[in-house]
Every structure is written in structure tokens, then in C-alpha cells.
Design a protein around this ligand. Structure first.
Ligand code: ZN
Length: 536
């Protein structure tokens, strides 16, 4: 723990002069989520480290940091799959009932990481056979493809389960013929199976089974019958015992497929994993039962070993909504869309200026953890900051501007660098004695206009950098300024004015509004520039 703490405190102290304990916490927890359990002790350690590090010179700090990053490279844990023999084939299998959110993104990022690593194949398989509860959305197929593309992930094949019903029916009939599947019409099935009692349908004749299977497509109604897979009726897990493979849905709401008899997830998934030669599966630990269920299908068809399955815990974002919660809020018109900035969809993160690399780095940094990991969006933000801090040019934007007149100020014609660490040119300012500021100016207090001069009680003091002066950003009160609006992450709007050089930037550019936050330019018109808030 001490090592990680020291590393990030050092890193931040070199980068930002003043160490921001909050962003250090985020980074440390992202690298080692376990430490969250003892946050008090962690904060104590961070504060100790800040004290210790403040005694070092910049040169000393850099030297230690070099050692760390050297070590970091060596120690970087390589993620690996078990039992790799021959070509690796993996699949990402979302239900297209909405666009991807950051939780799904974990699965697709990890799947693509492994299929790349082993030079294998990645299939995008739409698990779209729920026509009743989590019903697919027609638009979401395209959205998901776009989200994946934006993440920079290459897909080798796209499969829709809703277009493969003939295949599933064929295998179902084979299982009935093998006497390994039966049509059950019991209303009290659960009661029986919980006591490991076979239901009366299980041992009916083959002809009766075939007749009932046909009835599922004709006279039976929803809830009258299901096709079950025979298993060990004494299996220790009642949910595995004679699990259902097909059900009837009378009024399906599927956008692409009309059918009466629908395969359930475990059945369709087993058939497709076999038919598409999937070798490795990443699966949420909560779906562990799927292996046990689907193993029976592999056994009955002599398909050999079930694909190698690696379990992952869930990423629990305490501050983000799930697809079904989002759907409900959209129906109630409480959101602006799937890309509403309050959401954790890839669409929303993209709109806010998050970079695909940041999302990937964040996900890979967590590795393959079997336990659920509690994360906050701020963990992701610190990964994004690593990227955009370097890329983003700096500009002055003053929100809720207040005018300040400095009585004895000379006129200045100054250049301020677009970025403090890189030579990318300058922004030019012409000042007189009138300025706009964001903060309230207190009496009898020394202030410094960044890159300009010090003042106190509306009077110019001097130009030399004075560490005791409170640093504030500013704008010359000129006609050149542009109106700026920022859509914040709580969907509120912040209004202000910005420097004239903002007019040159293109939509989609992420900038840092100095002493405020990072934001992305969404649109601009003649007299207004509209940004979306990214993060601090
Ligand atoms: Zn039955």
C-alpha cells in the first residue's frame, strides 16, 4: 500500500505542483480496489506521503518516479486465458435492448483484449431472444455496433440469434428424439423439482412428446407448456434440474422476429457457442449456473468439452443507472435520451469527451476480478485525465462574470501559452483596466491575475510572481469575448464568457477551461459556443 500511495502522490506533485488528495485516492483505488475497504487508513497514508514528498526537490521526485515507472512496466500483470490450444474464438453477447453502458463495455473490452492477444476471432452475437421483458430495441443493434467501433474494437463476425430459430428448432427436435428433452405442462413443476421429484410429463412416450411439441406452435397458449432439458433430477442446484429451453410467447414485442416458440438464453447460447466454435467465454460470476445447464447440451450431442469459462465479478457503479432503469426514466421523459450526460452509456461518455483509450485502460486496470468491484465514475475520470490533460489546450472562461476595475493598471499586450508543458503557440490578450472575474474579490487581499499582475483593493501592485497572492483567472472586459454555455453532468447549464481565441477551435475538441474543468465543444454559432462538461 505504501508504495502505491507514494507513487501517486509523487506523480501528482510533479504534475500539478499542489497534490490533489482526491484524485490520488481515485487512482490508488482504481489500481487496487481492495484498499477501499480501509479508506480511513488510506487517507492517513496519503496525507503522510504528501508531507514526506513536499520535502523533496523536483529532481529528487523525478528520479524516484523514474524508478517506479520502470518497475511498473516490469510488474504489469499480463491478463491470460487458461487452456489455449489452437485458434481462440470468443464472443461478446449483449442483448440489444439499449446501447452499451460502461458495464457491458467491460465484457467487450476484455473479450477483444484476449482475441487480439491470441490472434483469435471475436464474434458479436446479439442475444436477442427475449420478446417479453428485456425486449430488443430496433435501433440498438446499430448503436452497439457504433459503440464498439468507437471503442476501436474490431469484430470478425456478427450474429443475430433472432435469425437462427430454424437452427434452434432443429436441435430441439433432435433432443426430443434422443428422449433428452420433453414438453412439460405442469403448473406445479417447481414444487416437484425442488423435492427432486420427476414431473409426470418427463416419461411420456416419444409420440406424445412430438405431438406436444407441435402443440406449442399451435393450440397451446403462453404459460401452457415449456420444453425442458432432462438433467440429473438430484442436482444439488434446483435451478439446474430439468431447466427450460423453449417457451411460448403469445404477443411478442420483438422488433425483428415474429414467432410463438422462443428459445431461452441457455439453450440458444449453447447451440451458438458450439456452431461458431467458441473456445473461451468470459461470464459474470452470477451466471455460473449457465455452465452446468449448458453442459448437458454439449454432453447430449457429444460436442466434447464445454468452452473454457473465465468468471468475472461485476463492476458496480454506485452512481450510474442500469439499462432497465434508463428505459423507465426515458418512458417517463425524465432523461434527454440514451446519451443524457447523467448516464454511464458509452454514448453519454463519448458526448462528454471521454476517450476510448481511457475507457479501455480503466477496464484493463481492473483485470479479471472474480469479486464484484465497487467503482465510481471518478475512477474512470482519472484515467481520462491522464490522456486529455496532455491533449487539451487551456482557455479562460469566466462563469457568472463580475466586473473588476483596476484603477492604476497599465495596458498590456500579452501572450499566454495554449498548454503549460508543450509548445503549441499562444493566446493573445490586450488588457486595459477592466476585467471580468469569476470569484468574489475580497478587500485587503492580494490577488494575482494568472500570467498578468498582482493587485489588491482594485489597485495594481506589481508584475512579479508572488506566491502569497491568490491565483485567479480573468478576461479583459472587451467586445471580443464569446458567450459560453456548458451542459453540466447534472443536466444543468452554466453560462459565462470566454476569450476570443475560443472561436478558432473545432467542434469535438476537448479543452481545459482553466481553473474550472475540462469540456468538449459540442456546437458553435455566431454568438455562442456550447460545451459539454467532462470532469475536473
Ligand atoms: Zn411436467
Amino acid at each position: 500500500m505504501d508504495e502505491i500511495v507514494k507513487k501517486y502522490v509523487l506523480y501528482n506533485s510533479v504534475k500539478y505542483e499542489k497534490v490533489d488528495a482526491n484524485s490520488v485516492i481515485g487512482k490508488i483505488i482504481a489500481e487496487n480496489p481492495e484498499l477501499k475497504k480501509d479508506i480511513k487508513n488510506l487517507i492517513k497514508k496519503i496525507n503522510e506521503a504528501i508531507k514526506e514528498v513536499s520535502k523533496l526537490s523536483l529532481e529528487q521526485k523525478n528520479k524516484i518516479l523514474d524508478d517506479y515507472s520502470f518497475k511498473k512496466k516490469e510488474e504489469k500483470r499480463e491478463l491470460e486465458l487458461n487452456n489455449v490450444h489452437g485458434k481462440v474464438v470468443m464472443r461478446f453477447a449483449p442483448n440489444p435492448n439499449g446501447p452499451l453502458h460502461i458495464g457491458h463495455a467491460r465484457q467487450v473490452v476484455l473479450n477483444s483484449y484476449f482475441s487480439d492477444k491470441y490472434h483469435g476471432e471475436l464474434i458479436l452475437r446479439f442475444d436477442d431472444t427475449d420478446a417479453k421483458i428485456k425486449v430488443p430495441l430496433k435501433e440498438a443493434y446499430k448503436w452497439i455496433e457504433d459503440d464498439i467501433k468507437w471503442l476501436g474494437i474490431k469484430i470478425d463476425k456478427i450474429v443475430k440469434q433472432s435469425s437462427r430459430f430454424d437452427v434452434y428448432y432443429k436441435y430441439a427436435e433432435e433432443l426430443i428424439t434422443q428422449r433428452n428433452a420433453y414438453v412439460c405442462t405442469c403448473k406445479n413443476f417447481k414444487e416437484l423439482v425442488d423435492k427432486s421429484i420427476e414431473c409426470p410429463c418427463r416419461n411420456l412416450s416419444f409420440n406424445e412428446q412430438l405431438k406436444r411439441w407441435k402443440f406449442m406452435f399451435s393450440k397451446y397458449k403462453e404459460g401452457d407448456a415449456v420444453l425442458r432439458i432432462k438433467t440429473d433430477i438430484n442436482d444439488k442446484n434446483p435451478a439446474v434440474r430439468d431447466w427450460p429451453a423453449f417457451r411460448i410467447i403469445d404477443k411478442g414485442k420483438h422488433p425483428l422476429k415474429k414467432a410463438k416458440v422462443w428459445p431461452l438464453l441457455n439453450f440458444a447460447s449453447a447451440i451458438d457457442d458450439h456452431e461458431f466454435k467458441v473456445t473461451h467465454i468470459l461470464r459474470g460470476i452470477d451466471l455460473r449456473i449457465s455452465d452446468d445447464r449448458q453442459g448437458y447440451i454439449y454432453k447430449y450431442f457429444n460436442w466434447g468439452k464445454y468452452p473454457e469459462t473465465t468468471y468475472t465479478g461485476k463492476l458496480l457503479f454506485e452512481d450510474l443507472k442500469s439499462t432497465s432503469q434508463i428505459k423507465k426514466l426515458l418512458d417517463e421523459k425524465k432523461l434527454t435520451g440514451w446519451d443524457d450526460v447523467r448516464l454511464g452509456t458509452i454514448m453519454a461518455l463519448r458526448k462528454r469527451g471521454f476517450k476510448p483509450e481511457a475507457i479501455k485502460n480503466f477496464i484493463l486496470s481492473m483485470g479479471l476480478n472474480r469479486n464484484d468491484v465497487h467503482v465510481e465514475i471518478s475512477n474512470l475520470e482519472s484515467f481520462n485525465k491522464d490522456i486529455i490533460d496532455k491533449e487539451s489546450n487551456r482557455y479562460f472562461v469566466v462563469f457568472n462574470p463580475k466586473k473588476v476595475i483596476i484603477e492604476n493598471a497599465s495596458k498590456f499586450d500579452i501572450k499566454i501559452p495554449l498548454h503549460p508543458d508543450f509548445e503549441r503557440g499562444f493566446r493573445n490578450f490586450k488588457t486595459s483596466g477592466e476585467f471580468y472575474v469569476q470569484d468574489d474579490i475580497e478587500k485587503n487581499k492580494l490577488y494575482r491575475f494568472m500570467h498578468l499582475f498582482n493587485f489588491k483593493d482594485n489597485k495594481f501592485v506589481n508584475k512579479e510572481l508572488d506566491k502569497n497572492a491568490k491565483l485567479i483567472h480573468w478576461l479583459p472586459a472587451s467586445k471580443d469575448l464569446v458567450n459560453v454555455e456548458v451542459l453540466m453532468n447534472d443536466n444543468s447549464t452554466k453560462k459565462g464568457v470566454g476569450e476570443s481565441s475560443l472561436k478558432k477551435i473545432k467542434t469535438g475538441t476537448v479543452i481545459q477551461m482553466e481553473r474550472n474543468f475540462f469540456a468538449i465543444l459540442e456546437k458553435k454559432s455566431k454568438n455562442k459556443m456550447v460545451f459539454v462538461y467532462a470532469h475536473r
